[in-house]
Design a protein. Structure first.
Length: 123
C-alpha cells in the first residue's frame, strides 16, 4: 500500500469511528424533545460525513470527488454545530466525551477543508 492509500484508509476508519462515537454519545443523553431533535440531526450528519467521504474516494472524476468532498465539509461542520449546541445548552453531563468529539470533529473538518481547498486550487 502506498502512503496515500494508507492515509485514505485511515481517514475512512476515522470518519466511521467518529460516527460510532457520536452514536454512543447520543445514547447517553436523557430523552427529551430537545435532545431527540438534536441527536437525530447529529447522528444524520455524523454518519453522512463518513458515508460521503467513502463516496468521494470512489468518485469517477475529479469533479465528482470535489462535489462529494464539499458535502463532507458541510456534514462535519453540521456535526460540530450540533455538538456545540449540546455543549452550550448543557444537555450532556459527559463533558469529557463531548470535548473529545468536538476535538475530533475539528480535526476532521480541517483535513476535509484542506482537501476541498486543494482540489479547488487545482481547477
Amino acid at each position: 500500500m502506498t502512503d496515500k492509500e494508507i492515509f485514505i484508509e485511515n481517514l475512512k476508519n476515522r470518519t466511521k469511528e467518529f460516527a460510532v462515537n457520536v452514536i454512543g454519545f447520543c445514547e447517553t443523553l436523557n430523552s427529551s424533545r430537545a435532545t431527540n431533535a438534536i441527536t437525530y440531526q447529529l447522528i444524520k450528519s455524523a454518519t453522512s460525513t463518513g458515508a460521503n467521504y467513502r463516496a468521494a474516494c470512489n468518485a469517477r472524476s475529479k469533479k465528482e470527488f470535489f462535489s462529494k468532498i464539499c458535502i463532507v465539509v458541510e456534514e462535519i461542520d453540521e456535526s460540530k454545530y450540533w455538538l456545540e449546541l449540546i455543549q452550550s445548552t448543557n444537555l450532556s453531563k459527559k463533558k469529557e466525551s463531548l470535548n473529545g468529539l468536538l476535538i475530533e470533529g475539528n480535526e476532521i473538518a480541517k483535513i476535509m477543508g484542506k482537501a476541498k481547498t486543494s482540489m479547488y486550487e487545482k481547477n
